[in-house]
Design a protein around this ligand. Structure first.
Ligand code: C2O
Length: 568
């Protein structure tokens, strides 16, 4: 008989060779994909009119990138449109590849009309759905697309393989040029015109004029389990999504798996993705997939239309069934949904914290100096809208990107004094005194040493109005350990932290008049913007930047910039 020792030794070697083999095969399986993105002016007909819009490769939405976890993407972007453009790979961690992240003036200067830039990055450790979009002014209104990340070859989903998978990319459509809409708002100081339609995969659907012919159809066969990869790529609106008579089982969000849970309604803020399984267990027929606003700001105007696609059983021809949708201000439904997320596995949440930040997020109002023209002060009572984090209204630089200024030591582009807590403590979600409404302007960043463990209490404010903000951090996934209403209270709320299985996300829905707490380890050097993903709020300054320094190890340093990096 074999001795226990030699048995153990055998198992050991077997394990080692298995490990070696699997890592070798997964390396061998990882691919590099090359893509050409031509950003161009394209005629698009929606809502009875033809528009000269910007697209990638003439497609709206743009091309879907379908990869396996571990693959490398090389995307050559050529700008043949009449506006500056950059492309951001929303949610892709960009480990050591900050130069490929894409937000203009943060990690690169914009690609000017006639220019080009090649983005190179590897997808690692992420599976599910992400997306890409322009990160310059409001170009992303028509310049976006899905990124589908399958498990590594030979790996499988942690749920039964769906028969089919469909992307449901929600968007927002203006009957005007979106760039003009935001320019006008920046000129007047008022809030921009709301959109004229929401879209699913670029189509408004049956409930809008001149649209029903092109309504998107999602085919199913009776009995099948399919996957819907839902992306909120709208500019300025959180959306409820539901499918008539069908239940949705959530299995992932922001390219991380979650413990499956079943719901009738999804709520996604711009930037968020949700993967759901849907079983075709209803009578053969046609069922609307419908989305409309979750509008949490009291009294603020919003687009109250409804976009639809059709879940279509094979051979069905009947009129589609319309599902009920939550009321526009149904915060209870939104909260029930966002608090249902649990990481699929036990999470690696940092428990010791090196940087404990409190960051307020919300609107502000700038008084207009005397002699300002009335037409430039069309915000509430002759003011201008603004927004801030910790009372700093973020201003993008214009002659260097922050990353370039940081790596090349160019002075005068930014300062490193973004405050770790609100400069004044006040009743954030109560009646905020008007003397606190006006933030200061600046390009302030917050420095993090490589590897430091960070907690951020995001605190919503009620200045002028309170609302839900989808807060997105570039270059990282973070754990959402808790959320709640009112002012965060460390004495009582810390006990509610989920350090076992909190969801890993890149965009958190900061509750209206509430707070959320996130944690991450700063293991990716670079300059990473954190901002509200309602685009109107970015323009007003609801953003800040984390400057994560290089570590000492060889795999802890940002590389030199690519030679074709656009200059300002
Ligand atoms: Cu989805 Cu800063 O972006």
């Amino acid at each position: 008989m074999e001795s226990v020792f030699s048995q153990t030794l055998r198992t050991f070697f077997l394990l080692i060779s298995l490990l070696l083999f699997s890592s070798l095969t997964s390396l061998a399986n990882a691919e590099t994909q090359y893509h050409e993105f031509v950003v161009q002016q394209t005629q698009i007909k929606r809502l009875c009119e033809t528009h000269n819009s910007i697209t990638v490769n003439g497609q709206f939405p743009g091309p879907t990138l379908e990869v396996n976890n571990g693959d490398t993407l090389v995307v050559h972007v050529v700008n043949k449109a009449r506006y500056n453009v950059t492309i951001h790979w929303h949610g892709v961690r960009q480990m050591l590849t900050a130069w490929a992240d894409g937000p203009e003036f943060i990690t690169q200067c914009p690609i000017r009309p006639g220019g080009s830039y090649t983005y190179r990055f590897t997808i690692s450790g992420q599976e599910g759905t992400l997306w890409w979009h322009a990160h310059s002014s409001w170009v992303r209104a028509t310049v976006y697309g899905a990124i589908i990340i399958h498990p590594k070859l030979g790996d499988s989903y942690p749920f039964p393989k769906p028969k089919r998978e469909s992307v449901i990319a929600l968007g927002e459509w203006w009957d005007a040029n979106p760039i003009d809409v935001i320019r006008e708002a920046m000129r007047t100081g008022a809030s921009p015109n709301v959109s004229d339609a929401y879209t699913i995969n670029g189509q408004p659907g049956d409930l809008y004029k001149c649209s029903s012919q092109d309504t998107v159809k999602i085919p199913v066969d009776s009995g099948e389990i399919n996957m819907l990869r839902v992306i909120n790529s709208a500019l300025n609106q959180q959306l409820f999504v539901t499918v008539a008579n069908h239940k949705l089982t959530v299995v992932g969000a922001d390219a991380s798996y979650v413990k499956p849970f079943t719901t009738k309604v999804l709520m996604l803020g711009p930037g968020q993705t949700t993967d759901v399984l849907i079983k075709a267990d209803q009578p053969i027929g046609r069922y609307y997939i419908a989305a409309r606003a979750y509008a949490s700001a009291q009294g603020a105007p919003f687009d109250n239309t409804t976009t639809t696609a059709i879940l279509e059983y094979k051979t069905a021809t009947s009129n589609p069934i319309m599902p009920p949708l939550p009321a526009y201000n149904d915060t209870a439904t939104a909260t029930a949904f966002t608090t249902s997320f649990r990481n699929l596995e036990k999470a690696l949440v940092p428990t010791e914290i090196d940087h404990n930040l409190v960051i307020t997020a919300g609107l502000g109002i700038n008084q207009c100096p005397p002699n300002t023209r009335a037409r430039n002060c069309q915000g509430p009572n002759g003011t201008r809208f603004t927004a801030s984090m910790n009372n700093v209204s973020f201003v993008l630089p214009s002659n260097f990107s922050i990353l370039q200024a940081h790596q090349q030591g160019i002075p005068g582009v930014f300062t490193t004094d973004f405050p770790a807590k609100p400069p004044v403590t006040f009743d954030y979600t109560g009646n905020v005194s008007q003397s606190l409404w006006q933030p200061i302007q600046g390009t302030k960043v917050y420095k993090l040493e490589y590897g430091s463990r960070v907690q951020i209490v995001l605190q919503g404010t009620q200045i002028f109005t309170a609302e839900n903000h989808p807060i997105h951090l570039h270059g990282y996934d973070f754990y959402v350990v808790a959320e709640g209403f009112g002012n965060f209270n460390p004495k009582t709320d810390t006990a509610k932290f989920n350090l076992e299985d909190p969801p890993l996300r890149n965009t958190v829905s900061l509750p209206v008049k509430g707070w959320a707490v996130i944690r991450f380890v700063a293991d990716n050097p670079g300059t990473w913007i954190m901002h509200c993903h309602l685009d109107v709020h970015i323009g007003w300054g609801l953003a800040t930047v984390f400057l994560v320094e290089d570590g000492v190890g060889p795999l802890q340093k940002l590389e030199k910039p690519p030679t074709d990096l656009p200059v300002c």
